[in-house]
Design a protein around this ligand. Structure first.
Ligand code: A2P
Length: 403
């Protein structure tokens, strides 16, 4: 990096994926699509190149400038994206680059939606980065800095679309690919073992099955999130009250694009959902919304962070958000001193005691916590994108740590 570039991006303002070792290691185990966003001349290209260099053995930088796509208020009039998109698709498909960086203004919602769809198709988590240069929204300065020679007028027209923060459907921790594969495999193993337990077979009516019927839990939980994650704040792209304030919090800004290790303490099954209980650290609680538990259980006083979970699968017609609600039902029973009946032990990929609560509620208390690496970011794509739980079995074993 040139000394001018270092001055433009002092270390304190650099995103964690450039300066934090744990984050760098996590990104290396992930599939990440990094979108640089901002006005022409705001410093995107410098940042993009720095990221490319940091991950040079596994990154690929694509720039709209290479394709001579001129920034315009509507991307459709700004140039033809078909060649760029071909290159992007090749990049996603080839699997050589696990860190794909796209340098463009990214001011147009339609264009962004297309990119988020592509990221979903190829199971890439998304990180949106904006340069922190002091002149990033100063059109008078940008006029002299942008190589497209955009006029003051043109820059002023573009500015409103870029000065507002892009809010996701939800913020959360997105599992690194390797650890995600491991957790999916673990949950399959758990569901197979649980389904074969005598104690489970005796309690099928709660799942809507007759006593002697065969229930395949892998089939019952028909779908699973496209990328496993632990949601912190559901924003609905800014429509949810308090989401803008959440995104503006210093802790959330600092956490964005940073790597975190999540600790899984239990796996929970109800007739509607299967999920992993996450025990948040003090640091992780900084990004946990104050009302997360009250939002769904307004009359209860549940411990802060007790809703933290990773949805692993849901039955047909059940929404992912149900997993957190189901988890809080377990927590409520535990708080009232009802810890469930111990019905046996599982050994396999995971070991631990299986407890039966009531109404088809099962919990595997892990004898050793599972640690999974994750990146704190947002999900910006369409709602309801999932994969079949049964079809997502392929994976890498023994590559994430069991404590
Ligand atoms: P979870 O974190 O329990 O998996 P969907 O695609 O179904 O619309 O939801 C997207 C994600 O946002 C899901 O992962 C889901 O839950 C979470 N989510 C959906 N609705 C809410 C809500 N009202 N409050 C909190 N999280 C939500």
């Amino acid at each position: 990096m040139s000394s001018q570039a270092s001055k433009d991006h002092p270390d304190g303002q650099k995103p964690p994926l450039l300066v934090d070792d744990h984050t760098v290691a996590t990104i290396r185990d992930s599939k990440i699509f990094i979108l640089l966003r901002g006005l022409p001349g705001s410093g995107k290209t410098t940042l993009a190149r720095e990221i490319e260099q940091k991950y040079k053995d596994t990154s690929r930088l694509i720039s709209a400038d290479q394709y001579e796509i001129k920034p315009a208020v509507r991307s459709s009039s700004g140039g033809d994206y078909s060649k760029l998109d071909d290159e992007l698709t090749t990049c996603f498909e080839k699997r050589e680059a696990r860190v794909v960086i796209l340098d463009d203004t990214h001011h147009d919602r339609e264009r962004l939606d297309k990119l988020f769809d592509m990221a979903n198709t190829y199971h890439f988590a998304v990180v949106v980065l904006e340069p922190k240069t002091p002149w990033r929204l100063d059109c008078a300065q940008l006029k002299d800095r942008n190589h497209w020679k955009l006029s003051l007028e043109e820059l002023k027209n573009l500015r409103p679309t870029l000065e507002k923060e892009l809010l996701p459907l939800y913020f959360g921790w997105f599992l690194a690919k390797r650890d995600e594969d491991f957790l999916r495999k673990t949950s399959h193993d758990f569901l197979e073992q649980l389904g074969n337990l005598k104690a489970f077979k005796k309690r099928l009516p709660a799942f809507g099955y007759e006593d002697k019927q065969k229930l395949d839990l892998l089939k019952h939980f028909a779908k699973s999130p496209n990328i496993l994650h632990c949601t912190t704040k559901f924003c609905d792209y800014g429509k949810v009250l308090g989401s803008e304030e959440y995104a503006q919090q210093e802790a959330v800004k600092k956490a964005y694009s940073k790597g975190y290790t999540l600790h899984i303490t239990a796996l929970c099954v109800t007739p509607k959902t299967v999920g992993a209980q996450v025990e948040l650290t003090v640091d992780q609680l900084l990004t946990w919304p104050l009302d997360a538990e009250k939002e769904v259980m307004p009359r209860d006083n549940l411990p802060r962070g007790s809703r933290a979970h990773i949805t692993l699968g849901t039955a047909a017609e059940v929404q992912d958000v149900q997993t957190g609600i189901d988890l809080l039902e377990f927590v409520k029973l535990q708080q009232s001193g009802r810890d469930g009946e111990n019905v046996g032990e599982l050994t396999g990929l995971v070991t631990g005691k299986v407890n039966y609560y009531e109404n088809g509620m099962w919990m595997l208390n892990l004898s050793r916590k599972i640690e999974v690496k994750s990146i704190f970011s947002g999900y910006y794509g369409k709602p309801g994108v999932s994969v079949p739980l049964r079809g997502s079995k392929k994976g890498i074993l023994n590559q994430c740590q069991i404590m």
